[in-house]
Design a protein around this ligand. Structure first.
Ligand code: GLA
Length: 763
């Protein structure tokens, strides 16, 4: 390994550039790794290697896209965060890890040092990443560096307790395209006796001292999901958590922290993170008295315990973290790119979301062959590509009181099975999708009558129903096998291209009486793992099948479920105005390319609001377009409008679904206006959707200053829907559109406009 030294003014200059990021120690290091080299024997290349190790300073540095993440071993053997922020130059000095001395007897160094992963022991009072009870009563755990390996762009660091053979592997994998870092931990019992894990998180992210941190997170309720919250961080702890055994609706496992007292959409340093876990979870944001922040996340410790026998290990979910210096907007654009390319199945080779039709709001449970075929014909006539039959097709399902668990086709509604309907849908040029809710059972079902012990329950305790249903215990191998086999049969016997996978309640009485007592709480982990494994096995066997994650709306959207599903249903609320803020919130954490948005009936069933068909379409066209209206009630002119708008959507859908999203005006905070702009990945096009709630006091619509364009390229403007001001030019430079802007001419209530800018090829 080559090393270089800096002295005097050479040191000063790079230090100026560090300001956007964060250092956790003031100590300097004079030895750094030369570009393209590595202590681990990797060959030098033109591009800096992704993972550097400096064996003298004992520091690790990961670089990806615009981000550097640096940590090292301090003199105590603890792994200590050093820097996370804007990418540093290859030759920039890396500070050496030095444990903080603390300032008083009440402030032990172990708490003042920003550790990457801390065991509960040695006086730790901040949230530990790992807490273990040993059979001899010892609960002290102090983790020090043991060794590390680099393989396939993955850095694994092993920590070990100072006396016991408990080994923790910390796994780091940085995405080169976005700099998003995936972190997880594996706890291994190498002692001779079992022990109990009482708390384990995936990782700790540390941010250095600053007195103007703002935390953002997403909260919600049924039909009112994805509200962006913002709060200043002060000493103390903010706990974001789901105890529902699934991702949950109240809070989503995502956060962003911005260093600014007046956050701007597209300017400023933002650190963000998201958990890849669909069970109960917790994220703690702790701010210490020096205004340093540590964020721990993973399984919630609430009602958690996991026994490890000698030789066994437990792996945590992944906790993803990223950094952007382009504000919260830049942070979400990075996350979108990461999700679409590296999380959802098929990654960068995935198909764009087809325009789908779903029958739920039109028919409710009242589905049958003739009715569905009639809707399918109408859907095909407007350009729909996927026809989805929702709830009601199976068992004795007439309403939500019966049938869940009995996954045979209802012979009164479909006397010839599903094949005639599927054949009809295919003959109309669409593929076919079906609603299922595999993890649930109605007590009024053959399955429950036969297997009452298959549900989560505590012996001799009530079984609380939600929507008249109970939760099957997927942690049980027999239940897992049943669920896999009925879905495999359904997909093998029918040409089904899509499943809308629903999950319409949370757990109560989370008991697993058939398991040994010490294993019963593992239900939280094993259930979710079995869910993932069913989804993975089904996808392997039926690779053409796509899946939507739905949970009574958006109650199960996270980076874990998105590994095995292609899209998500953000909310049962399909009112196009409410959807503007629901969708706005959703996209802080998740990509428009996975966000399903249906055009439904007016007045809307949920809030009786009346809007035009054009307004409804434009609202839904900001995501992955679907139609959920009762087409039997449409007039011929509605079909004409829908045909035109579906065609317009298809022309821009790659830009909307896969492009870079800019929030020109956020609907947050009851704004009268809402505007999104999506810029195609290759920059050839931008699509702008502008909405007006109602004009007041003759106020003009705010001037729109576009973003993300090539300043010197020429773009031509195409107004697709709505009206721009008279005299709006048709051709101008990127600079013009971004700085002179566009004047939209919207007046009245619930109006919308849609226009595109197309980059002209240089002559
Ligand atoms: C949930 C879903 C709806 C619909 C119904 C069917 O509420 O969110 O879209 O599928 O179930 O019962």
């Amino acid at each position: 390994m080559r090393k270089r030294s800096f002295i005097g003014s050479e040191l000063f200059e790079p230090l100026q550039r560090w300001r956007p990021g964060i250092f956790f120690t003031i100590a300097f290091c004079v030895s750094v790794i030369a570009p393209g080299s590595s202590a681990l024997g990797q060959s030098a290349s033109a591009e800096p290697a992704l993972i550097h190790y400096d064996e003298t300073a004992h520091t690790f540095r990961m670089d990806g896209a615009g981000v550097s993440y640096i940590f090292g071993m301090n003199q105590n053997g603890e792994l200590q965060s050093l820097y996370w922020g804007k990418r540093l130059r290859p030759a920039d000095p890396i500070p050496q890890a030095r444990a903080d001395g603390g300032t008083s007897a009440f402030d032990l160094p172990v708490n003042a040092t920003p550790q990457e992963f801390a065991g509960w022991g040695g006086g730790l009072v901040v949230v530990p990443d790992l807490k273990i009870t040993f059979p001899d009563g010892n609960r002290d755990l102090v983790l020090h560096y043991l060794s590390h390996t680099v393989r396939d762009n993955t850095l694994t660091i092993s920590l070990k307790d100072i006396s016991r053979n408990v080994v923790v592997d910390l796994i780091y994998r940085m995405d080169e395209e976005t700099g998003v870092l995936a972190r997880s931990a594996r706890i291994e019992n190498r002692t001779k006796l079992p022990f109990t894990i009482e708390q384990v998180f995936a990782a700790t992210w540390n941010l250095g001292s600053s007195n103007d941190y703002q935390l953002r997170y997403l909260t919600g309720r049924w039909a009112g999901e994805w509200n962006l919250q913002q709060t200043a961080l002060h000493p103390g702890k903010v706990v974001l958590e789901s105890r529902r055994a699934s991702t949950g609706i109240e809070v989503n496992p995502w956060f962003a922290i911005e260093r600014s007292s007046e956050p701007d959409q597209d300017v400023g340093d933002v650190w963000f993170g998201a958990l890849g876990w669909s069970g109960s979870w917790q994220i703690n944001v702790e701010t210490n008295w020096q205004n340093g922040v540590r964020i721990t996340g993973g399984y919630t410790p609430f009602d958690f315990s996991y026994d490890l026998a000698p030789g066994q290990s437990l792996e945590t979910p992944e906790f993803y973290g990223g950094y952007s210096n382009a504000g919260i907007g830049g942070a979400s654009r990075l996350l979108h790119r990461f999700e679409l390319d590296s999380v959802v199945p098929q990654g960068s080779h995935r198909r764009l979301r087809p325009v789908l039709y779903n029958s739920w709001e039109a028919t409710g449970f009242d589905v049958n062959e003739a009715g569905q075929e009639a809707l399918a014909e109408k859907a095909a006539s407007i350009g729909v590509e996927r026809f989805v039959m929702d709830d009601g097709w199976f068992g004795e399902r007439k309403d939500d009181h019966a049938g869940l668990g009995d996954w045979y086709v209802n012979s009164q509604k479909f006397p010839h099975g599903l094949k005639p309907l599927i054949g009809k849908v295919h003959s109309l040029g669409m593929d076919f999708g079906l609603w299922v809710e595999p993890e649930m059972v109605n007590p009024n079902s053959d399955l429950y009558r036969k297997h009452p012990d298959w549900v989560l329950n505590f012996t001799d305790r009530p079984r609380t129903e939600g929507r008249n249903q109970l939760v099957l215990n997927l942690a049980r191998d027999d239940v897992k096998a049943y669920v896999y086999s009925f879905l495999d049969k359904l997909l093998s016997e029918n040409e089904i291209s899509f499943l809308k996978w629903d999950y319409n309640r949370n757990w109560s009485e989370p008991g697993w009486p058939a398991a040994p007592l010490e294993k019963q709480k593992e239900v939280y982990v094993k259930y979710v793992r079995n869910l993932y494994s069913i989804l993975t096995e089904l996808r392997e066997k039926h690779p053409h099948v796509e899946i939507e994650s739905c949970s009574g709306g958006g109650a199960r959207v996270d980076l874990g479920i998105l590994h095995t599903t292609d899209e998500a249903w953000p909310s049962d609320n399909t009112d196009p105005f409410d959807r503007l803020s629901i969708q706005d919130g959703f996209t802080y954490a998740y990509a428009p390319g996975v966000m399903m948005a249906w055009v439904t009936d007016s007045p809307n069933w949920m809030n009786s609001r009346s809007t035009s068909l054009e307004y409804r379409f434009l609202s839904s066209m900001q995501g992955s377009l679907g139609i959920g209206a009762n087409l039997n009630k449409w007039a011929p002119e509605d079909f004409a409008v829908a045909r035109r708008l579906v065609a317009e959507y298809k022309a821009v859908r790659a830009t909307v679904q896969d492009g870079a999203l800019y929030r020109l005006i956020s609907p947050d905070g009851n704004s009268e206006y809402s505007v999104t702009e999506s810029v195609a990945r290759d920059g050839h096009e931008a699509a702008v959707f502008a909405f007006l709630h109602s004009s007041q006091k003759g106020q003009p619509y705010p001037q729109l200053y576009l973003r993300g364009l090539d300043p010197s390229a020429v773009y031509s403007l195409h107004v697709q829907e709505g009206k721009l001001a008279d005299g709006t030019v048709e051709r101008a430079s990127g600079d013009y559109w971004m700085h002179h802007g566009v004047t939209v001419s919207l007046r009245g209530d619930f109006h919308a406009a849609f226009f595109t800018l197309e980059r002209e090829r240089p002559q």
